[in-house]
Design a protein around this ligand. Structure first.
Ligand SMILES: [Zn+2]
Length: 201
């Protein structure tokens, strides 16, 4: 409802160049870098774009604004990337936010994206066990320790092929922990779909 009202009050404009008509215009979309996945991740990670200044600004606007609708463009691009790979799946599962961060932000952008990609197979099958410090504030080693045991499964996923959905893949620690949790719960396979892939610094 809020997103709907915002759309009426502020007609869609490109988040990067302000041209009217869409949240991410075709010209800016074409300028976004292609995802360059390392070979060892190619079979398990699918990304729509690589990382660059435009991508960073777009993600920042979603996380720190009320721009719920910006997720639609990301979802559309991710859908295309997923079709390209031809991966079969039973469920699309968003990386969950902690209750604390969800309250602060008002929505989980990974959940909004996953629902827009495939509403019929989108399920919030993962929950956060506890609040963990934002990954961006930690170095790589602390990141994986930070997340151990952070997630739990809230439904039967045995025998299912699952794709975990997130906006950005950096170190992959979050996505890996989600997959480990789902695999421990008995799913058949677990892959990762993100909007932007950026090699860990
Ligand atoms: Zn634009």
């Amino acid at each position: 409802m809020l997103a709907y009202l915002l759309d009426i009050l502020f007609p869609q404009a490109c988040a990067l160049c302000s041209s009217q008509g869409s949240n991410l215009c075709q010209a800016c979309r074409r300028k976004l870098p292609r995802a360059e996945l390392p070979e060892d991740l190619y079979d398990t990670v699918c990304a729509a774009v690589g990382y660059g200044p435009g991508v960073q600004r777009y993600v920042h606007q979603i996380k720190f604004g009320l721009y719920h609708t910006l997720c639609a463009e990301m979802a559309q691009m991710m859908h295309l990337a997923l079709d390209d790979r031809g991966w079969q799946y039973d469920l699309l599962v968003p990386v969950p936010l902690s209750a604390k961060r969800l309250k602060w932000r008002g929505f989980n952008q990974a959940g909004v994206i996953a629902r827009q990609i495939d509403a019929a197979r989108y399920r919030e099958a993962l929950v956060r066990n506890r609040h963990t410090p934002p990954q961006a504030e930690l170095d790589a080693a602390a990141r994986s320790v930070n997340l151990t045991g952070a997630f739990a499964v809230n439904r039967d996923v045995r025998g299912m092929d699952i794709i975990v959905v997130d906006d950005v893949y950096t170190t992959g620690a979050t996505a890996r922990e989600c997959c480990d949790t789902l695999i421990a719960a008995g799913c058949r396979s677990c892959r990762v779909l993100v909007w932007a892939y950026t090699a860990a610094a």
